[in-house]
Ligand binder design. Structure first.
Ligand code: FES
Length: 102
């Protein structure tokens, strides 16, 4: 387990992280203020959240906003790069496939 997954009350560094909650396809997922949407998804164990036309899974590839592999819908705005979008408490995230936006 990496350090950032330590519960705050047991963290020896004494972080003051503020927890946030988003929903992903209607399912509640918790994160920490300042994390990207992709960071929260990866911490929750999701490595892919989009599919290509061929059905191939996609998630984070570059992690710096260059490849557009991590697209999803945030608060009804499609094609948001999950690696670049800071998560906000209450964000409603939906996974998407190319068929939805084509
Ligand atoms: S992972 Fe490449 S743009 Fe997000």
């Amino acid at each position: 387990m990496s350090g950032w997954l330590q519960p705050r009350d047991r963290d020896p560094v004494g972080r003051t992280d503020r927890p946030i909650r988003i929903t992903v396809d209607g399912e509640p997922v918790t994160g920490i203020a300042g994390q990207s949407v992709a960071g929260i998804l990866l911490a929750a164990g999701r490595t892919s959240w989009r599919t290509t036309r061929s059905g191939a899974p996609r998630g984070v590839f570059c992690g710096i906003g260059a490849c557009f592999d991590c697209l999803l819908t945030v608060n009804d705005v499609p094609d948001v790069r999950a690696c670049r979008r800071p998560a906000a408490d209450g964000d409603e995230v939906r996974t998407q496939s190319r068929e939805e936006t084509a």
